[in-house]
Ligand binder design. Structure first.
Ligand SMILES: Cc1cc2nc3c(=O)[nH]c(=O)nc-3n(C[C@H](O)[C@H](O)[C@H](O)COP(=O)(O)OP(=O)(O)OC[C@H]3O[C@@H](n4cnc5c(N)ncnc54)[C@H](O)[C@@H]3O)c2cc1C
Length: 433
């Protein structure tokens, strides 16, 4: 399997079949590289394992957990969603909130029961349970976030061991953008990335109704699928008729991007903007490498534009990353959302075309139907997630942008009402590859 990708103005193609690339990914940023890698991992490995597996088969065990807080007059109960994706090793990145009376906590009389169940067409099945005193959970947390999950043994009604559940408080990691891109690129097979080609436009081949990609050197690439990961000024988004991105009046300085002005000027204005910040932080910026300093204009798509749009893609062309949902950097989720797009998109493709072998005779109509089904599924799964993220960054952007105090207060009030838990977006789980 061959995948070609482009960084710094590149295009990537995937898998030749009769001189036709099956999938072309345009753009070699976080999203393009992650998507190429996800397709390699997902579709490539499915091909190697089996020709005709259908991961969406209803035979897969689909697990969920019912959590009950017991030990008082009021019993409260919540449940996780069913894990649709990880049959062998289910996991739920799902936060639950329970209220426990202090007196019960101190007397150690409140217990949480975790009941592991399998969802089935006729009657769900109990696998086993774990009983954990709430005090134990509190004592373990000791007022700070736990960095490691804690393991508890699951046992059946008869006391037989039935595996282990891990509970955690969640985890956050910082990652340098350049390191992430390097790691993604390093994991792609050699000669995958095709550098230095700029896509001028996308057209539809009238004879096949598949897309063609037109490069600045005159090359025309034929594809069955085109995925636009070409950022905020996406050619693919233009082709799909997505509204062009808007600009926040706030700008941002960052140290490893491609939008550059005069570094000395950027440094001066950055230091000015940092007035009132701790001296060591100002010093860090002052001593930074001038060559690595860039000024970014912050562009975004409005949340209502994303919400009202019924489809993002058309036929077998779609968008991912900033090309779909450019958003301000205020909650630092643009790159993360691009990674989520890559995981979901490749999974949707694996579920619809992953089982087809390279020599299988699949009619043109069947191919198109499956590809469009995969794209449609992906867009449906991603829509509300990106609407919520872009709404949150939009409101924060407006708070920063508004110089008129009453307007600023209105945006702040909206922020408090709509996003009472400002970090709740980090608890989202897009599932696994
Ligand atoms: C100041 C700032 C701070 C940020 N901080 C964070 C953060 O902390 N956490 C986070 O998750 N996100 C953050 N983001 C957002 C994050 O950087 C973006 O969301 C992410 O880089 C989007 O990745 P992408 O691959 O979709 O687009 P891009 O990274 O823009 O990549 C697009 C690629 O397509 C190529 N391309 C464009 N047009 C063409 C064409 N016509 N032909 C061929 N190739 C083309 C480009 O050269 C580029 O390689 C921040 C953004 C800014 C501006």
């Amino acid at each position: 399997m061959e995948v070609r990708g482009g960084g710094g103005g590149g295009s990537c193609g995937a898998e030749h079949e009769h001189n036709r690339d099956i999938i072309i990914i345009i753009g070699g940023g976080i999203c393009g590289l992650a998507t190429a890698l996800a397709f390699h991992r997902n579709i490539g490995s499915l091909r190697r394992c089996s020709k005709k597996i259908n991961p969406s088969s209803s035979n897969r065990p689909r697990a969920y957990i019912i959590v009950t807080l017991a030990g008082g007059s009021v019993v409260s109960r919540q449940r996780t969603p069913v894990d649709e994706h990880n049959s062998g090793k289910p996991h739920w990145n799902f936060t639950m909130r329970f209220e426990v009376e202090r007196s019960k906590l101190e007397r150690n009389s409140a217990v949480m029961v975790f009941q592991l169940r399998h969802s089935r067409t006729i009657g769900d099945k109990d696998t086993g349970s774990v009983y954990i005193p709430v005090k134990e959970l509190f004592d373990g947390a000791t007022g700070t976030k736990r960095s490691r999950p804690v393991a508890y043994l699951v046992s059946s009604k008869s006391g037989k061991p039935k595996g282990v559940v891990y509970l955690s408080d969640g985890e956050m990691r910082c990652l340098k953008r350049a390191d992430l891109m390097q790691a993604l690129a390093d994991d792609l097979p050699p000669n995958t990335v095709r550098f230095g080609c700029t896509v001028l436009g996308i057209k539809v081949d009238p004879s096949t109704s598949y897309p063609t990609v037109h490069l600045d050197d005159g090359t025309v690439l034929h594809a069955k699928v085109v995925i636009g990961c070409d950022g905020i000024n996406s050619e693919v988004a233009n082709f799909l008729g997505l509204n062009s991105t808007r600009i926040f009046s706030t700008c941002a300085t960052r140290a490893d991007s491609v939008v550059s002005n005069d570094p000395k000027l950027i440094l001066q204005s950055s230091i000015k903007a940092l007035s009132g910040f701790p001296e060591e932080e100002v010093e860090m910026v002052r001593n930074g490498d001038l060559d690595q300093l860039f000024l970014n204009q912050l562009r975004y798509r409005t949340p209502w534009n994303l919400f009202l749009r019924r489809r993002f893609g058309e036929g077998s062309v779609t968008v991912a990353g900033d090309a779909m949902h450019a958003m301000g950097p205020f909650i630092a989720q643009g790159g993360s959302a691009a990674l989520e797009d890559a995981v979901v998109l490749s999974r949707c493709f694996a579920e619809t075309i992953g089982g087809i072998g390279i020599h299988d005779r699949i009619s043109h109509k069947e191919w198109r139907m499956r590809i469009e089904m995969a794209i449609h599924k992906y867009e449906k799964e991603r829509k509300m997630r990106v609407v919520k993220l872009s709404a949150q960054t939009f409101v924060i952007g407006k708070i920063l942008d508004s110089s008129w105090l009453p307007l600023k207060l209105i945006w702040i009030a909206l922020m408090v009402v709509l996003f009472r838990h400002p970090r709740s977006h980090t608890l989202y789980d897009c599932g696994q590859l």
